[in-house]
Design a protein around this ligand. Sequence first.
Ligand SMILES: Cc1cc2nc3c(=O)[nH]c(=O)nc-3n(C[C@H](O)[C@H](O)[C@H](O)COP(=O)(O)OP(=O)(O)OC[C@H]3O[C@@H](n4cnc5c(N)ncnc54)[C@H](O)[C@@H]3O)c2cc1C
Length: 327
Amino acid sequence: MGELLVLIDHTEGQPKKLSLQMLTAATQIAGQTGDTVSAVWLGDGAAAGAEAVGRYGATKLYAWDSPDAYGYVTLPQVEALQQVLETSGAEVLLFASTNLVKDVAARLAIRVDGGVITDATGLDVVDGKLVATKEVFGGDLITKASFADGKKQLVGISNNAFVAEETGGGPAEVVSLDVSLSDAATGARVTSVEKQVTADRPDIAEAAIVVSGGRGLGNEQGFELLEQLADLMGAGVGASRAATDAGWYPHRNQIGQTGRTVSPTLYLGAGISGAIQHRAGMQTSQHIVAINKDAEAPIFQIADFGIVGDLYTVVPKLIEQLQARKG
Ligand SMILES: Cc1cc2nc3c(=O)[nH]c(=O)nc-3n(C[C@H](O)[C@H](O)[C@H](O)COP(=O)(O)OP(=O)(O)OC[C@H]3O[C@@H](n4cnc5c(N)ncnc54)[C@H](O)[C@@H]3O)c2cc1C
């Protein structure tokens, strides 16, 4: 019986939602392989984290509670993870498929003789081997991939691919790490970190509901209408590239191949045609609702529920209905 590792992405002392989803995925896999789930926590807040990760199935928490973890660029995290993989003997590490952690995973794979699969949306065990599901070519193909024998298996998990479920476990046993960094790891120091100033609504990558607008909005003010709808639904607001290129909404909210990937429970697109490059960033959403005045718009091919109509008629009606429900 071995350990299955989950690298916890955390903020303000609490695991992010994706980390809890990864713990659930790991717990499901461990149920089939007979492994136990261990979390890895780099940076401060590990003590509080032990309780949270324990509730979602981790029995052990490897913690490197040091400002060095994020005080230098990338390599301290690589070296800490290398240490955990080597000392625990674990074969599998799940990580949040964000740009930052992908950078860490690529370097880690070289050091531990491993392979990397990113943006996985599913995990299975087939004939005793871990198999990851992933969409490629803008979502046109769904691949299943496993690792060559003997390789460490580093798997990046997409947001909302799994539903986080508490297991009722107590706090994880904390194993403190003592990491001595190489000279190379301290070569590039982080001199300051500024939190991005964002509106008081969920980030699209983490939101359970995403409301997204495209060129069909016609102007910047259209997004104010979408924000009204989003706020009633507790949603994040995304945009197509046409809308961000027009300067109607910030680029960091762009969804798609050259933007961000979202995988919410509900994606609602208004005035978006559904170009393949946009679909690449949203088609793993669990439920897709599209509002478009063109019944032939490609977005309807992947929508679970489509409304053919002018968004400036439909969205105000939705807002009215939601306001009425909320009393
Ligand atoms: C290399 C590359 C990378 C790209 N990366 C991305 C990416 O990351 N994300 C992305 O989104 N795009 C990306 N694109 C651009 C992509 O090809 C499309 O051009 C873009 O997604 C179109 O955005 P849109 O759907 O908002 O606009 P359009 O395709 O112009 O669609 C607007 C839609 O709004 C509908 N509409 C108009 N008025 C109304 C109304 N009043 N009510 C209801 N519906 C209305 C129209 O019927 C139409 O279907 C990329 C392109 C390339 C070449």
